[in-house]
Design a protein around this ligand. Structure first.
Ligand SMILES: [Zn+2]
Length: 324
């Protein structure tokens, strides 16, 4: 079957596996949702809880002769709104089993408990030098997620069947603590989610309640992707697929090493908090949500340096200052 036989946003990948590019209100414009027609009928990722995304996914399903009740299983690569957002709605309409890595299951409750978590998040950013109004706009993020009621944990190393083949569940932390990948050893195809992306580097951020060294985690993830050397990866954005995956992993690793050098120079100039340092790594003007990602990413780099002994931090007047 050729791509021309489908609506433009639907791509035939191989066998019974299709990729739908679903619109999202974020700079990446679309997210990839994989649809496997082999039983159990499976979605990998769900897109975001907006009317546009719901309609686009419904249209993609219907172009493949599917309706919501046909979906039997949903596998979520990670719990960010653009990947997990429709899981609860799909679960409700189909009774599908919603599956994710055990680590994501623990963190997923964030979405049902969003209001209660906000003060801790504001405090976290305030302790890293952010101004008082830094949390404005966060309410929208939780509207983008319709959480599933029941979650089935997957373990790294276990096998799942897709397109009539066995795929190995991988743990690829960094962009999200519980980021899942799927690896098919015979075809050397990787379902990567946002663990690796063309055109942009996945945001690697330190957040409240997260693992302590997301950049260190991500370096290990890039190394394992490089070692697998996939023929092709299915990616969450700017896809649905990318080639030269190992080379891209190498390139992203180099990008973060440069960022670490820039940060080290800035910290050696004078003690600075992470909000201030975020303007060293991300100098351009950003909307509040963009600045939050920038501060979280700066913190991931600063903590990587600190845990490796290259910089230190001190508590000064209620704010963490990084210094050498
Ligand atoms: Zn994403």
């Amino acid at each position: 079957m050729t791509a021309a036989a489908h609506p433009p946003a639907l791509h035939h990948l191989r066998g019974t596996l299709y990729a739908a590019l679903i619109p999202i209100p974020l700079p990446m414009k679309t997210v990839t949702v994989l649809i496997d027609l082999s039983p159990p009928v499976t979605l990998i990722d769900t897109s975001i809880n907006t009317p546009e995304a719901r309609q686009a996914l419904e249209a993609a399903l219907s172009a493949l002769g599917l309706h919501w009740p046909d979906i039997e299983r949903v596998i979520v690569t990670h719990i960010h709104p653009d990947h997990y957002g429709l899981a609860g709605l799909i679960e409700e309409r189909s009774g599908a089993s919603v599956q994710m890595l055990d680590h994501s299951v623990k963190q997923e409750r964030l979405w049902s408990d969003w209001e209660r978590q906000l003060p801790a998040q504001h405090q976290f950013f305030a302790e890293h030098g952010a101004p008082p109004n830094f949390g404005v706009g966060e309410a929208q993020t939780s509207e983008w997620v319709c959480p599933a009621v029941r979650l089935t944990p997957l373990q790294a190393g276990q096998q799942v069947t897709l397109d009539g083949a066995e795929w190995q569940v991988l743990w690829l932390p960094g962009h999200a603590d519980g980021h899942l990948g799927l690896w098919q050893p015979e075809t050397e195809l990787l379902i990567a989610g946002d663990a690796i992306l063309p055109r942009i580097t996945p945001n690697i951020g330190l957040y409240v309640g997260g693992r302590p060294d997301p950049l260190g985690d991500y370096f290990a993830t890039l190394e394992s992707i490089r070692a697998l050397d996939p023929v092709q990866a299915v990616v969450g954005h700017y896809g649905p697929t990318m080639d030269k995956v190992a080379g891209r992993a190498q390139e992203i690793h180099g990008h973060h090493l440069e960022r670490l050098d820039e940060l080290l120079v800035a910290v050696r100039e004078r003690p600075r908090h992470a909000y201030d340092l975020s303007f060293v790594l991300f100098a351009r003007e950003l909307p509040p949500s963009g600045r939050r990602f920038a501060v979280a990413e700066t913190l991931a780099h600063a903590e990587y340096l600190r845990l490796g002994g290259a910089v230190q931090r001190s508590w000064v007047d209620g704010v963490w200052q990084y210094h050498d």
